[in-house]
Ligand binder design. Sequence first.
Ligand SMILES: CCCCC/C=C\C/C=C\C/C=C\C/C=C\CCCC(=O)SCCNC(=O)CCNC(=O)[C@H](O)C(C)(C)COP(=O)(O)OP(=O)(O)OC[C@H]1O[C@@H](n2cnc3c(N)ncnc32)[C@H](O)[C@@H]1OP(=O)(O)O
Length: 191
Amino acid sequence: MTAEASLRQHDAVVTRLRHFLDALASAAPDEQSGERLRHDLARWTEDLRRYAVPESRRYYGRSPTLASAGQATTPWYVVDEATPPERLAGRASFGTFFLGGRGAAHGGTIPLLFDELFGWLANSEGMPPSRTAYLTTNYRAVVGIGRPLTFTAWTDRVEGRKRFLRAELRDGDTVCAEADALFVTLRPGQP
Ligand SMILES: CCCCC/C=C\C/C=C\C/C=C\C/C=C\CCCC(=O)SCCNC(=O)CCNC(=O)[C@H](O)C(C)(C)COP(=O)(O)OP(=O)(O)OC[C@H]1O[C@@H](n2cnc3c(N)ncnc32)[C@H](O)[C@@H]1OP(=O)(O)O
């Protein structure tokens, strides 16, 4: 299989997994279905273990051309405009898997999305690797499950090894959440 075909296949599997997680989070299966599901999941887990590869060869969370960088860990997002390291803009939506309660996204999953966007902004190609030193989220309005959202993330300023980043998550004209973060460039030898 070509690298491009592998990437497409990975994208299709992760999309299916995302739908599965949303369905799982919404369901209360009966005993028989629950047992069948546990059995099928165990079989697939064993199958996949045979294909384990080192981190550098994985697609999961490391494929910037795919939705959510090829992972189901974060809420779904796609980047529509990218001028790294200055700015990223795109669309996002939180599936049922990310429900906190009363139709609103779990408060921990919103900074998760911001950290992911900042991670790509601060670790664009050719840039030395950096890590989050802090990330502050301001929750301004409820993020509704299944709502079509937009985001913008941008570099506010750079001071030596310190990169100050900001982001906004909107539902239409409503700003649902804002974030500001500091990413620090790693020194040689830092993990
Ligand atoms: C994970 C990415 C890294 C590798 C990437 C490479 C390839 C991967 C490919 C693609 C990846 C793309 C996207 C990834 C998507 C998401 C990833 C999101 C990123 C994360 O999710 S990553 C996990 C969470 N993250 C940590 O696990 C960090 C733990 N931590 C440390 O590793 C150290 O803490 C560190 C390195 C941050 C700093 O440590 P250090 O010893 O190097 O530097 P030092 O302390 O000297 O600070 C230097 C100057 O920053 C100021 N400063 C520091 N911390 C501050 C704070 N909290 N508040 C205010 N100011 C602060 C100081 O005051 C000083 O300022 P000044 O120079 O002005 O005095």
